[in-house]
Design a binder for this molecule. Structure first.
Ligand code: G3I
Length: 475
């Protein structure tokens, strides 16, 4: 079984690999597939180096009503297969409103029992677990789901969020339990939150993706327990499920929190290429894979099945192979993905990358601007620099606030936006205004910065933002 993936960039001259797993490994990420024991044909081990049980580790299969384990045979078959074929395993999934089986309606204590049993059952044989799956509502409301297990939540002070002392939150409490189990057992298993329709910063029509923003807030607030974020990436023509040009920027936003990001259940409906499963669909795959490759902490992609005919949504023809029952033919999308993986990463715009040079042959789907760095202003006790990810009609700015030679206890950053540029969303800062000179100030948890240290906030905007000159004032 493989160990945790090491992030790296590759140089341009490497010979092209001929399998997805080899090309991905060279680029420093895994490329996986969802499977069940009946679908373990040789192609699984040949092409993929990560495996997610499509259904066999869900509570409906393996949980008893008291949080014990049962019927683990299929799950064991998959884990053993992965180990034999040197593949990572993603456990899917522990806490979910759907396919809950005997756990349906359980209280937090029982969920915690189940979490402990499942994590300990497979230990380090599972590299990543989806601890909480699909916690957020449909239709871009930005709300939690309203059905069990989210009915276990309690907003003690009625302020509309679940982040305060006295609140109970099934997401937080499940992750706390999972983290305890990992630490007590000395496990290396990483703990993930997984959801769909969270892939872009925006949805159709440029409307901000509230579901993605809600997920972002959860990860930011519970960062100490959460190691990784899964974007399911079931792309289709639902307005909230399309491929947007800001996919890379959204991956980057989460990566900036320090978590790994994975595309966990990738398939791309042929509706997004006018029913073309040739060049059109291949181009969509290229865009998505490239967006991941361009962010150093995007460390894995998993497709949700091998062949169109065997997919949960077979009519969408959204996978990389045709054929079935062990006899598979590569689609244009397969060749496009292999080609992108072989080009390697281009993380030149990724502030979290360790600074490896970009791969010249790569063609990013998001056009990076030159990261402008504004000279620090030493007289105000803090300085600010900004780096930009831009695309036609929009941008994401990441602003770094650095304390001078003395600690600071608060900060304000003023940024004059060019005419036509408007802020649509921001994070890790309070904000005044959306255009002209916009003021950002610290929130409760990032105002104190030690001498020479820094904190970061970000914002998204429409229009064009060039030549931004942030002015930092410390308090
Ligand atoms: O195996 C039985 C078969 O014996 C029976 O004849 C047949 C009759 O309907 O059902 C078969 O089980 C089906 C199972 O897939 C295996 O194919 C279930 O009905 C069906 O509900 C189940 O669907 C799964 C679905 O989750 C359930 O929510 C899909 O395979 C699986 O791909 C899908 O995966 C989810 C992820 O877990 C979370 N994200 C979304 C993704 C797609 O919905």
């Amino acid at each position: 079984m493989g160990s945790a993936v090491t992030v790296q960039s590759i140089g341009p001259a490497a010979a092209a690999e001929t399998t997805l797993r080899a090309a991905a490994a060279k680029a420093g990420l895994f490329f996986g597939v969802a499977a069940s024991p009946g679908r373990l044909s040789s192609i699984v081990g040949q092409e993929f180096n990560q495996l997610t049980p499509e259904n066999d580790m869900k509570p409906s299969t393996i949980a008893t009503s008291s949080g014990g384990l049962q019927n683990t045979g299929n799950a064991d078959t998959l884990v053993n297969y992965a180990q034999t074929n040197n593949m990572l395993v993603r456990g899917h999934t522990l806490v979910w409103h759907s396919q809950a089986g005997a756990l349906q309606g359980a209280n937090q204590a029982t969920l915690n029992t189940f979490i402990g049993n499942a994590l300990n059952r497979w230990g380090n044989r599972i590299a990543y677990w989806d601890v909480v799956n699909e916690a957020l509502d449909d239709n871009n409301t930005g709300n939690r789901r309203s059905q069990w297990p989210h009915t276990l939540n309690r907003d003690a002070n009625g302020d509309g969020d679940l982040f305060d002392t006295g609140d109970t939150d099934v997401i937080r409490d499940s992750f706390i339990r999972a983290k305890q189990v990992v630490q007590a057992g000395g496990l290396t298993t990483k703990l993930c939150i997984n959801d769909y329709d969270v892939e872009g910063l925006t949805v159709r029509g440029g409307v901000q993706n509230r579901k993605a923003n809600a997920l972002y807030e959860i990860v930011r607030n519970y960062r100490q327990y959460i190691d990784c974020v899964g974007f399911q990436a079931h792309f289709n023509d639902n307005p909230n499920s399309i491929i947007t040009d800001d996919l890379q920027a959204n991956i980057q936003r989460f990566a900036d929190l320090g978590v790994e990001v994975h595309l966990t259940e990738l398939d791309i409906d042929d509706d997004l290429s006018n029913n073309d499963i040739g060049a059109g669909q291949a181009e969509n795959y290229r865009k998505v894979v490239r967006a991941c490759l361009n962010v150093a902490k995007c460390t894995g992609i998993t497709v949700w099945g091998i062949a169109d005919s065997e997919s949960w949504r077979s009519s969408e023809r959204g996978l990389l192979f045709t054929g079935g029952s062990g006899n598979y033919q590569k689609k244009a999308a397969y060749h496009a993905v292999l080609d992108e993986l072989n080009k390697g990463r281009d993380v030149s715009t990724d502030p979290t990358s360790p600074g490896t040079p970009p791969t010249p042959s790569a063609s990013p789907s998001v056009t990076p601007s030159v990261p402008p760095t504004t000279p620090p202003n030493p007289t105000t006790g803090c300085s600010a620099t900004v780096s930009l990810n831009s695309w036609t009609g929009g941008f994401v700015a990441t602003v770094r606030v650095t304390a001078g030679t003395a600690p600071i206890n608060g900060w304000t950053v003023g940024i004059a936006l060019p005419s036509g540029a408007t802020v649509t969303n921001s994070w890790n800062a309070n904000r005044t205004g959306t255009s002209g000179t916009v003021q950002f100030s610290n929130v409760s948890y990032n105002g104190s910065v030690n001498a020479g240290q820094y904190t970061e906030f970000g914002f998204q905007g429409s229009g064009t933002a060039t030549g931004l000159t942030p002015v930092c004032t410390a308090s």
